[in-house]
Design a binder for this molecule. Structure first.
Ligand code: WT7
Length: 694
């Protein structure tokens, strides 16, 4: 790959004052974090408040070897603290009470507000008292179904303050939400009447009602449902309105936020939690069946979120930071809420839930570009395709964190949409969620970052709690598409199929041989599944499920999920590799590749291609794409099928569901659970338009 040879170093002047400013400094700190974890994390812990101090001899214990007994990880066992106290009270006491914690922007650009640390603390205490008055105690679960509004953050921290365990769910169907409420036996649900997504009205409370009915049928009654009256205070899209009397409320169970919260006391003593007490549960899709309730605990998660945020974004006290992820995803948890607040940071929180309306069902699609807009929820096209850059300019954002899929969808528009805004405040550009293809990397680097900024390609998972592989801005030179090196405390290993370690250059399973503070501790109520999913394939290691390659310089390149590996005629390649080549073609907006069984080759490549608005999908394009892959990877890699995909089946976080594409490739309509899809009608559309003879 040519990109492997290109190494980029951002503008030195921007990073002279960086927390880590050279490779040597990174190495020194990394070695300390591995050789003397007590010392490394112990020094960081000193910046936080501990009600019961940390004891040196119980600082760090774990077992990763299933053959030796149950898997466990404990950090700072025996110490007690409160995460909310450390995020809010500690910052207020340090004189930052009047500092802005969040700038908030609504779906409509006319709607915005801000919250200082002091005010946030008051709101959190009030809501914590409301939760207490509803009988919520330490350890109880609270389910949250909210859009990107400040009350979502208030709710999370109110739970944290009293030791309740929050579980946020982002816009799943009523059925999937019910499944999650039942799994964690949530006693309280917090939601909103509804929200505008562009021109579309989403009535979230009505969905919650359906979920609560389903739960009741299974014998679980949600005791209290708190409803934020959100639609009344925001600007509806032109020509639209909402009558708030229409929100269904069940007396005795449902209560409006504005009826309960303002009168509650603004002081609430924090609950001192054991270091290993649960902090939150977050559901993530497993490769099969039931969602997994990933459980994170108190002290380790706090330290890890705080430390990764500080170093990976090179956050300085006067910076303004913006993470575009929804708070309901792990990225939002760690890098829109816990990490920034632990550093006393100022963040932008934007409720851009995008899509400009239009029809969702197949057969009513006016234009391909409309499809693209409608089905993808993760990028801001409202009110215009430059909303990201408008916001960066408006708040003078220094660190911007988004996903490759968002970058790819934006880079197809006119460059002018980016260049007409002043983006000179930017210093660090983050990427997360999937390997970033070099083409998107270069666009991000050149057009958005003006070749001055650092790009941090952060590899991590819901399970890892925070970044585990990334380059550090200013310190470590970047290679487009490489995640780079381990964060402090993280020990990555590559294994071959037989479990043997691959030293030096090579490709294999990406695993970790010991826990860092932010690693999940279990799956909620299902420790067995935790052990089998992550620790049985290779005893002694946490298995990510991803493959990675180490190059001659030691950089790690995540190649994608291991089940996204293709083996064509004995040649191993990652789907991501092929996709990134396809995406480089000017006519291609996005591509997804899966393996299809083949009688001679074992497997062959089946490619789904979304064209740009101006390109047309025809025989010439197909031939050109096949030829390019052939040229770039090798004759064996030539795709057998290229299918036009006006849209791809994606989760709400924008992740392509390849499991479904594999079914389409073999024309097997037994696709299984599609509840995590942003738009399930895409699946039917792709089945209906399979090329002849495929
Ligand atoms: C999976 C985890 C972590 C927050 C968002 C996703 C893929 C994530 C990268 C990256 C290559 C990446 C992996 C991983 N992934 N970041 N920078 N480079 N792959 O969280 O839903 O738990 O997904 O996303 O495949 O296993 P998640």
């Amino acid at each position: 790959m040519p990109s492997e040879k290109s190494v980029f170093q951002p503008d030195g002047a921007l990073f002279r004052q960086a927390h880590v400013s050279s490779v040597e400094q990174y190495k020194e700190m990394y070695e300390k974090s591995i050789d003397r974890p007590e010392e490394f994390w112990g020094e960081i812990a000193k910046e936080f408040y501990w009600e019961t101090p940390i004891s040196r001899d119980k600082f760090f214990r774990y077992n990763f070897d299933i053959t030796k007994g149950p898997i466990f990880t404990k950090w700072m066992d025996g110490a007690t603290t409160n995460v909310c106290y450390n995020l809010l009270d500690r910052n207020v006491r340090n004189g930052n009470g009047e500092k802005i914690a969040f700038y908030w922007e609504g779906s409509h650009p006319d709607d915005y507000s801000r919250l200082t640390y002091k005010k946030l603390l008051e709101e959190v205490c009030k809501f914590a008292n409301v939760l207490k008055s509803k009988g919520i105690r330490k350890g109880d679960r609270v389910a949250v179904y909210m859009p990107m509004i400040l009350e979502a953050v208030v709710t999370m921290l109110a739970c944290t303050r009293i030791g309740a365990v929050h579980s946020l769910v982002v816009r799943f169907s009523a059925d999937s939400f019910a499944e999650r409420i039942l799994d964690c036996e949530a006693r309280v649900l917090v939601t909103v009447d509804g929200t505008w997504r562009g021109e579309k009205l989403l009535q979230l409370k009505a969905i919650c009602d359906q979920s609560m009915i389903k739960c009741a049928q299974k014998g679980h009654n949600v005791e209290t449902c708190v409803v934020v009256s959100h639609l009344d205070r925001v600007t509806p899209p032109q020509g639209m309105q909402y009558n708030s009397n229409k929100t269904p409320m069940t007396p005795g169970r449902d209560v409006y936020w504005h009826d309960a919260v303002p009168q509650a006391s603004a002081s609430c003593y924090p609950e001192w939690m054991e270091a290993e007490d649960p902090l939150f549960v977050l559901y993530t899709s497993g490769s099969t069946g039931k969602p997994k309730g990933v459980l994170h605990t108190t002290a380790g998660y706090m330290l890890y979120a705080a430390t990764t945020f500080k170093y990976v974004f090179d956050y300085k006290p006067n910076d303004v930071y913006w993470c575009t992820a929804d708070v309901g995803w792990i990225t939002g948890h760690t890098y829109a809420v816990y990490g920034p607040l632990a550093n006393g940071a100022t963040s932008v929180l934007v409720s851009v839930k995008f899509a400009t309306g239009g029809r969702k069902s197949f057969g009513c699609v006016p234009k391909l570009s409309e499809w693209f807009r409608t089905v993808y929820e993760g990028t801001p096209f409202y009110p215009d395709n430059d909303r990201f850059w408008v916001v960066v300019d408006k708040y003078k954002v220094n660190q911007f964190y988004t996903a490759p899929t968002a970058i790819r969808s934006l880079m197809k528009f006119d460059d002018n949409l980016v260049t007409k805004h002043d983006l000179s405040s930017l210093r660090v550009l983050g990427s997360v969620g999937e390997p970033i293809n070099p083409e998107a990397w270069h666009w991000y680097y050149k057009l958005v970052g003006k070749e001055r900024c650092s790009i941090v390609d952060t590899f991590w998972q819901t399970e890892t709690g925070g970044h585990v592989l990334t380059t550090l801005p200013g310190a470590v030179p970047m290679k487009p598409g490489a995640a780079g090196f381990p964060f402090f405390g993280v020990l990555p290993v590559l294994l071959d199929e037989s479990g043997k370690e691959i030293k030096g250059e090579g490709e294999g399973y990406l695993v970790f041989s010991r826990p860092w503070p932010g690693l999940m501790r279990t799956l909620f109520n299902n420790h067995d599944r935790y052990e089998t999913t992550y620790f049985t394939k290779f005893p002694g290691y946490y298995c990510t499920g991803d493959g990675a390659r180490r190059d001659a310089d030691g950089y790690l390149w995540v190649t994608g999920r291991v089940d996204d590996m293709l083996n064509v005629s004995g040649h191993l390649m990652s789907t991501a590799e092929v996709e990134s080549i396809l995406a480089e073609h000017p006519g291609v907006a996005e591509a997804a590749v899966v393996a299809k069984p083949h009688p001679v080759k074992g497997e062959c490549l089946y490619c789904f291609v979304t064209t740009t608005a101006s390109a047309s999908f025809d025989g010439r394009l197909v031939a050109a794409l096949k030829q390019t892959v052939r040229e770039r990877i090798g004759p064996f890699a030539q795709p057998d099928v290229v299918q036009e995909a006006p849209a791809l089946p994606k989760t709400r976080s924008g992740k392509i569901m390849r499991r479904i594409l594999r079914k389409i490739a073999v024309n097997d309509r037994d696709v299984g659970d599609v509840s995590t899809l942003a738009d399930s009608s895409v699946v039917e559309m792709l089945f209906a338009t399979r090329p002849q003879g495929a």
